[in-house]
Ligand binder design. Structure first.
Ligand code: SAM
Ligand code: SF4
Length: 436
């Protein structure tokens, strides 16, 4: 068996959702703790981790083209590990299809990566897609250095089984991390530089601890960390928007006025076939209640067009729902049949051209509303959390409380909270004027 020297440098490439971004950061910290350093820009890394996404077909296929691109001119490859949801769903297939891959590790097992790397340097290939009873979180090193905005995974997995979705299969059953561990990790993130924390979960608002405390209690406790200025959470399910969490939007000033609440479709027959267990109307009522306590809330959602059997008239219901809500921003996707999910074998699969046309119409409506939301912000004063330097000298980029990208010029620094007046709106960002 050919041996390889232990890797000195690594690169982690994450695709897909914010939970993957979080996992990618934690894997980087884990590799750092082994003395492996991040490869510099343009430097050839000894170890590459592809942290993959399986949510749609295109995302899953990307991994194979990426593996191909890692091959060097002399025919050799770095040590390649495939992590994330494609690893979980297609572990053995990846091993068979891509000999360059030495390690396949699922989202619940990546704390075992160091041991796998050791084996890989001895020439052994390994697949670890266990969902061990012990959680990976306890085995990961403490958080050290982060930017002004940080992710904190509080909940993983999903028990909802929407008929189109692979998450319950790739990420497993719903688990909530313990309250005290989360508060401790939040403190570490703040000590490491975070001013804003986004709590993450596939169903983040289903988070609950052993004493039955809900997400609002966690947010309330994190609000007490003095240097932490902003708290957000994503992604939520409409059925888990409890009275307590809705009230928190009115009561807790550090909880930002932004809610990402996917609906997927505006027609009740389609929602039922998706196993969403809410109706268009019950969804709209949840939004009304949130708006009642936080009238300036910016709303966001996810949509799928072309679910099997969706008729033109049913799709029109989605457009009507969009008109009724007036979203500030959204994600919208063509339905992608995922192997092993009930919807993949349902009758009435929709032709790709029909999905394209529906997606275009939906996105036109969503873009219109996003621009209108941004235009309504013009003239308002708000606090911007500065995240990075802009393209131009003296320019800075940050986020408004409503998660809009704002750019401005003047004296500032990364991590600062500055007051700006919003002066000009585009579809994806706003220009601000720095106030003294
Ligand atoms: N748990 C969240 C919820 O239920 O709203 C969403 C998690 S999922 C990772 C993110 C989004 O991907 C979903 O809201 C859905 O819009 C989209 N998605 C999931 N499966 C899909 C599929 N098979 N085809 C197209 N889009 C899909
Ligand atoms: Fe997937 Fe539905 Fe669970 Fe969201 S709630 S992760 S869409 S199964």
């Amino acid at each position: 068996m050919a041996t390889t020297p232990p890797p000195q440098t690594y690169r982690v490439k994450s695709f897909g959702c914010q939970m993957n971004v979080y996992d990618g950061e934690r894997m980087a910290e884990l590799l750092g703790a082994q003395g492996i350093r991040p490869a510099a820009e343009g430097e050839d890394a000894d170890l590459v981790v592809l942290n993959t996404c399986h949510i749609r077909e295109k995302a899953a296929e990307k991994v194979y083209s990426d593996i191909g691109r890692l091959r060097r001119d002399d025919g050799s490859s770095p040590l390649i590990a495939v992590a994330g949801c494609v690893a979980q769903a297609e572990g053995e297939e990846i091993m068979a299809r891509a000999p360059a891959v030495k390690m396949v590790v699922g989202p619940q097992a990546y704390h075992r990566l160091p041991a796998m790397i050791e084996q890989a340097t001895l020439g052994k290939r390994a697949v670890d897609t266990d969902m061990p009873a012990e959680t990976k979180f306890g085995a990961l090193p403490a958080r050290r250095k982060v930017g002004p905005t940080a992710f904190l995974t509080v909940q993983e997995g999903c028990d909802k089984f929407c008929t189109y979705c692979v998450v319950p299969y790739t990420r497993g059953a719903e688990i909530s991390r313990p309250f005290n561990d989360l508060v401790a990790e939040a403190h570490k993130l703040v000590e490491a530089g975070a001013r804003e924390i986004t709590l993450l979960g596939q169903n983040v608002n289903a988070w609950r601890d052993d004493s039955n405390r809900g997400l609002e209690k966690l947010i309330e406790t994190l609000s007490e960390i003095p240097e932490l200025a902003r708290i957000r959470y994503t992604t939520s399910h409409p059925n888990d928007m409890t009275d307590g969490l809705i009230a928190a939007h009115g009561d807790l000033p550090k909880l930002m006025p932004f809610l990402h609440l996917p609906v997927q479709a505006g027609n009740d027959r389609v929602l039922k076939a998706m196993n969403r267990s809410h109706t268009a109307d019950s969804y709209l009522r949840v939004l009304d209640r949130v708006r009642a306590v936080r009238p300036d809330i910016a709303l966001s959602g996810d949509f799928i067009v072309g679910f099997p059997g969706e008729t033109d008239a049913e799709f029109e219901d989605t457009l009507r729902l969009v008109d009724a809500v007036g979203y500030a921003q959204c994600f919208s996707f063509k339905y992608s049949p995922r192997p092993g999910t009930p919807a993949a074998t349902m009758d009435g699969q929709i032709a790709s051209e029909v999905m394209d046309e529906r997606l275009q119409r939906l996105q036109a409506a969503l873009n219109r509303d996003q621009l209108a939301f941004n235009q309504r912000s013009v003239g308002q004063r708000c606090t911007v959390l500065v995240e990075r330097k802009g393209k131009y000298p003296g320019q800075w980029l940050g986020k408004s409380p409503w998660l809009q990208s704002v750019h401005f010029t003047g004296e500032a620094e990364i991590g600062a909270l500055v007051e700006v007046e919003l002066v000009e709106a585009g579809p994806n960002s706003l220009a601000g004027r720095l106030l003294a």
